[in-house]
Design a protein around this ligand. Structure first.
Ligand SMILES: Nc1ncnc2c1ncn2[C@@H]1O[C@H](COP(=O)(O)OP(=O)(O)OP(=O)(O)O)[C@@H](O)[C@H]1O
Ligand SMILES: [Mg+2]
Length: 323
């Protein structure tokens, strides 16, 4: 577990991160979100001590990592920096191998690790290992940045707006790939973004900071959307937070209409598996212009959801939150 305790950063009389306390469990993604200048990069850099906190402590498991050797510490923390920051005159393989080479791994081990990581992030090693950064697309550079951060298998991964400068389609793919990867690797991840949709999709919990690096709320995506702790959070997550909440609200199978004579689900267009969200259901309804969507378990319909029922479910989930 990574834990920040009353961490602050001051430059002269200006406090840019204020008394920040939160923790991130093993296998958990903390999405850190704030407006520009809100202290996100400063917070990440304090975690790996590229910037020293003015006060407060940071613990990894039970160790106070604000003491001890920062160079040693950084080997345990993969860092994907804002704007990727690949070394332009090094190949993809050399970039990915940065930390293993620093650690003095032998050449065969480094090469094996590089290929393994490129495969992990979906880049064919044979095709990509010898390329230079300017021979890659933005999304590919981003993936090399992630591979480089993972090279020495650090327990902590710090990612600073890694998908910030990428078009929406590539970004969607990278987000899906990141979720798959995290499912396998189970790192402690602090993921900086200024995009609430990205935070909702990727974060197990979301830390919302306002100017001055002041923590306004640290909670699950559903609660940040459904129960914003302050007017700042409500404003930040947007007037369409009810809609956004669709994507984090699972369909309540117990509350579905019975499937009736929807026997042969293979002939139905509009269907979602058990465990899908209200957003998935709505997407199916719109895509197929259907009067209902079947919720299926294997090849069996367990119930159907109509637009009215979908609306009622969303309202109920908001009311449960005391909205
Ligand atoms: N060396 C420094 N001296 C003084 N102020 C600084 C210094 N470095 C950063 N700041 C200020 O600290 C604040 C937080 O900066 P930070 O880079 O953490 O913001 P951010 O949330 O990452 O913003 P962005 O979304 O634009 O990347 C900013 O107002 C910035 O001007
Ligand atoms: Mg930043």
């Amino acid at each position: 577990m990574l834990r920040l305790e009353a961490v602050s950063k001051r430059y002269g009389s200006r406090t840019v991160v204020t008394d920040l306390t939160f923790d991130v469990g093993d296998g958990e993604v903390c999405a850190l979100i704030a407006p520009s200048g809100g202290g996100k990069t400063t917070t990440l850099k304090m975690i790996n001590r590229l910037i020293e906190p003015s006060s407060g402590h940071i613990y990894l498991d039970d160790e106070d990592i604000t003491r001890g050797d920062p160079v040693q510490l950084r080997r345990r923390m993969g860092y994907v920096i804002q704007q990727v920051g690949l070394f332009p005159h090094e190949t993809v393989a050399q970039n990915v191998a940065t930390v293993p080479r620093l650690l003095g791994w032998d050449r065969r081990r480094v090469r094996g690790r590089v290929d393994e990581l490129l495969e992990l992030v979906g880049l064919d090693p044979v095709e990509y290992r010898g390329r230079f950064p300017d021979e890659l697309s933005g999304g590919q550079r981003q993936r090399v940045g992630v591979a480089r951060a993972l090279a020495a298998d650090p327990p902590v991964l710090l990612m600073d707006e890694p998908f910030g400068a990428i078009d929406p389609i590539a970004r969607d793919r990278l987000q899906a790939q990141f979720l798959r990867l995290q499912g396998e690797l189970n790192k402690i991840v602090v993921f900086v973004t200024h995009d609430i949709d990205e935070a909702v999709r990727l974060g197990d919990r979301i830390a919302v900071l306002k100017e001055g690096g002041i923590l306004e709320q640290y909670d699950t995506p559903a609660n940040v959307l459904g129960r914003p702790a302050t007017p700042f959070v409500a404003d930040f997550v947007g007037a369409d937070r009810g809609l956004k909440r669709l994507s984090v609200t699972p369909i309540d199978v117990g509350g579905l209409d019975p499937p009736g004579d929807v026997a042969d689900v293979s002939r139905l267009d509009a269907k979602v598996p058990v465990g899908a969200t209200l957003k998935d259901a709505l997407a199916q309804l719109l895509l197929h212009d259907a009067p209902f969507v079947a919720v299926i378990d294997g090849d069996r319909a367990v119930g159907v959801l109509t637009p009215d029922a979908l609306h009622a479910e969303l309202r109920r989930s908001l009311e449960e939150d005391g909205q």
